[in-house]
Design a protein. Structure first.
Length: 740
């Protein structure tokens, strides 16, 4: 099919000669018969006729809109109809706003969309045919607008785009403005802009011009600003994984492009294209007319053999193209995954062609250096010597020269300064690829280890300090004991020493509290850093499952699933640990809050739709409280979440929330009728990682109630619980009454 397109397109450019040779070329099409130029006379024999539903927009001229009878019309609609009919696809159009039909395609309610810009955000949602139109966007403003002259001027402007359109993806991806608003159609957007409600509209230039003309808007004009970042290739889109429909539509597009139908549709809606570039026809005209009969005779003589060869070659090329597409998609996904892994782990890669004396870096290396890959020419490796400390540079150059000369690998820790003058410590290593005793290629990686080294130093410093304190106190205590052994009269001094020791121990206690805070901060830092390798494990496990799952047996799939499940559990546990660590370090902003509204809002935020139907929520009179609003939301979130979880199997699904006044404090409570617990073990409820139920009964990490206790303690309150197994549980917490 690719060869057919190239031949037909070339022959159509060159008039009568192309016509004659095209007639001969038709003998190479084993499964299709061309009878005219409208694409409707193809006899598609590869498969049976299929019927599909196609989504179309009502207001996106001249590509997709409704005509005066309410039927879908436009350039993209006509192109889709022609391509579909060519390959025996019956279709029915369903009209809806862009956001609706896009969601319908993702859910499988429609099978295809005729006019979809191919963007990185949509690559994972849909499969696309080949592109049949490329357009550039433009900025539309009201006349006499003088403060918008380029894309950068939009950063503090109110701009409008259609919800879900590629223009919205562009402005959000490139952070064009801090104030982005959306409408369901561009008709609404231009009417709002015309009435002065917003500053600008961004869309395809031709769409904006057609809409302003149709709406009779005279005070809106395009700025004619070239935006290469907003160039869009438009395709047919099908549901993700529907490769059969994608291949058939690709074939239909190829045919209508080859037989001229596409050009007629384009000229009808968008006007004729540019003239042909080639001007040698007049020179070769006579000689080509002579060659035509000879070529036709030769083709007719060779038709049987050539048809078989072309058929085989076409099938082989189609298989190769399909394989190349799959490979290209996989490589693209792997590159995105590699870039994300490098960003998270602050790692980059490099390689050096020893023959060309040229470096190549990955995205992560540019980020460590703080360089822009589009403006910085790596060139020879010594161009980057200014980034390294002079002493370390000598070590690096010597190691690199040995790598190239002898193939000796290295691993170094070096002092380094990035472009933005940030001092760093990096670890880099290098390896050699040797052919016939000669190093032809060197490669390795570079890692920013600044934070890791800082954490190691902080940990060692804390450890040394604690050891020193312990040793000093041990020596002092030994000396005091020796004095007591020498004489009874030392008892007189012991009281004085004990008083002094008590004061010193109080100081030590304060130091210990400070050390605990440092340890909590360190725990937070370490826990936070653990999430990066967990995401890597989970991501690579998913990648392995998706791309190589067919190569694994059932046991392999089970083990891979166990790895992913445990990675997810550990990520949840780390999140709970981070929350627990954050509770002690977060400053409190106390204020008077409506405790009843907070509890009610957290219930409707946590409970699923099914739980809201099943459970009865009773909210008694609950007084206001003087506390930190964010922390108190965490308290209710954990307590209500536990009540819902442990009452899920109960016959009576009812939650009761209220409060009582007890002296100078308010006691708040939440009561359920769920599984309950043995009161003998209630002291373990608020201890980290202590759970009274197994994971098989109820999932959890054992951190939630510890977080609740820590928050209540910070508010100078207490928390406790009452329960019996199988008879539900009531959790109480008290807060000082500061409102009187």
């Amino acid at each position: 099919m690719t060869d057919q397109i190239k031949l037909t397109t070339f022959f159509r450019k060159y008039g009568r000669l192309g016509y004659y040779v095209q007639l001969a070329a038709l003998f190479f099409l084993p499964f299709q018969e061309i009878r005219g130029q409208d694409g409707a006379a193809f006899n598609y024999k590869d498969s049976d006729t299929i019927s599909i539903d196609v989504g179309s927009e009502p207001e996106y001229p001249p590509f997709c809109f409704l005509d005066e009878f309410g039927n879908p019309d436009g350039f993209a609609v006509d192109v889709f109809k022609a391509a579909a009919r060519t390959v025996n696809i019956q279709f029915e159009f369903k009209v809806g706003v862009w956001g609706q039909i896009r969601e319908d395609l993702a859910l499988g309610k429609v099978d295809a969309l005729p006019f979809v810009g191919r963007t990185p955000e949509r690559e994972d949602q849909f499969d696309f045919t080949m592109s049949y139109l490329s357009l550039h966007g433009d900025i539309f403003v009201r006349k006499r607008t003088s403060d918008i002259k380029n894309l950068e001027d939009l950063i503090d402007k109110n701009i409008l785009v259609m919800k879900g359109d590629n223009a919205e993806e562009f402005v959000r991806r490139d952070q064009v403005s801090n104030y982005i608003f959306t409408t369901n159609t561009y008709q609404e957007a231009f009417e709002m802009l015309s009435h002065g409600q917003y500053d600008a509209v961004i869309t395809q230039r031709i769409t904006g011009i057609r809409l302003t003309e149709q709406l009779g808007i005279k005070n809106v004009v395009p700025l004619n600003i070239f935006m290469p970042e907003f160039r869009q290739d438009f395709c047919f889109a099908v549901q993700d994984g529907n490769h059969k429909l994608q291949a058939r539509l690709n074939e239909g597009l190829s045919v209508i492009i080859a037989n001229g139908t596409y050009e007629e549709i384009r000229n009808n809606w968008l006007g004729p294209g540019m003239g042909h570039e080639f001007r040698i026809w007049d020179v070769l005209k006579v000689s080509l007319y002579i060659l035509v009969p000879l070529v036709i005779i030769f083709l007719l003589v060779s038709i049987v053999i050539l048809r078989r060869l072309v058929r085989r070659r076409t099938n082989r090329l189609e298989l190769e193209i399909s394989g190349h597409k799959v490979t290209a998609e996989n490589l693209h996904k792997q590159k995105l995954l590699l870039n994300e892994m490098e960003r998270i782990s602050k790692t980059g890669g490099w390689e050096f062609d020893n023959n060309k004396k040229h470096f190549r870096w990955t995205e992560g290396t540019y980020e460590i250096y703080g360089l822009d890959k589009t403006t910085f020419d790596i060139g020879e490796y010594r161009h980057s010597k200014d980034f390294f400390h002079p002493d370390d540079l000598k070590i690096l150059e010597k190691s690199f020269d040995r790598l190239l000369e002898e193939g000796t690998s290295y691993e170094l820790e070096l002092r380094f300064t990035s472009v933005d003058k940030v001092s760093k410590l990096i670890m880099t290593n290098g390896f050699a690829e040797v052919h016939h005793g000669i190093v032809v290629r060197a490669y390795g990686n570079i890692m920013d280890i600044t934070e890791r080294k800082k954490n190691e130093k902080d940990l060692n410093r804390l450890k040394d300090h604690l050891e020193k304190e312990v040793n000093e106190r041990t020596i002092e205590l030994k000396e005091k004991i020796q004095k007591l052994d020498k004489s009874q009269q030392a008892m007189l001094y012991m009281v004085e020493d004990l008083n002094q020791l008590t004061s010193e121990l109080q100081d030590e206690r304060e130091k210990l509290v400070a050390a605990n805070r440092e340890l909590e901060a360190f725990t937070y830092s370490v826990s936070h850093d653990l999430r990066a390798p967990l995401r890597a494990i989970n991501g690579f496990s998913k990648f392995l499952h998706d791309d190589y799952g067919e190569l694994l047996d059932d046991e392999g799939i089970r083990l891979l699933t166990v790895i992913r499940d445990n990675a997810i559990k550990m990520d949840i546990l780390i999140t709970d640990l981070l929350n627990f660590s954050r509770i002690s370090r977060t400053g409190m902003k106390k204020m008077t809050i409506d405790m009843k509204s907070v509890a009610e809002s957290m219930y409707y935020e946590i409970a699923s739709d099914q739980q809201r139907e099943d459970f009865e929520l009773v909210l008694n009179e609950i007084p206001e409280a003087y506390c930190d609003n964010a922390l108190m939301k965490q308290v209710w979130q954990n307590l209500i979440g536990n009540a819902l979880k442990y009452s899920g199997r109960a016959e009576l699904k009812k939650l009761e929330i209220g409060a009582t006044l007890n002296g100078d404090e308010w006691v708040y409570y939440i009561r359920d009728h769920g599984a309950g617990f043995d009161p003998r073990f209630q002291d373990k409820l608020f201890t980290m990682f202590q759970r009274l139920h197994s994971d098989e009964e109820y999932e959890g990490t054992g951190v939630g109630l510890a977080i609740v206790q820590r928050i209540i303690q910070r508010h100078n309150g207490k928390i406790w619980a009452e329960s019996e197994p199988g008879n539900g549980a009531t959790f109480y917490f008290s807060l000082p009454n500061k409102l009187d």
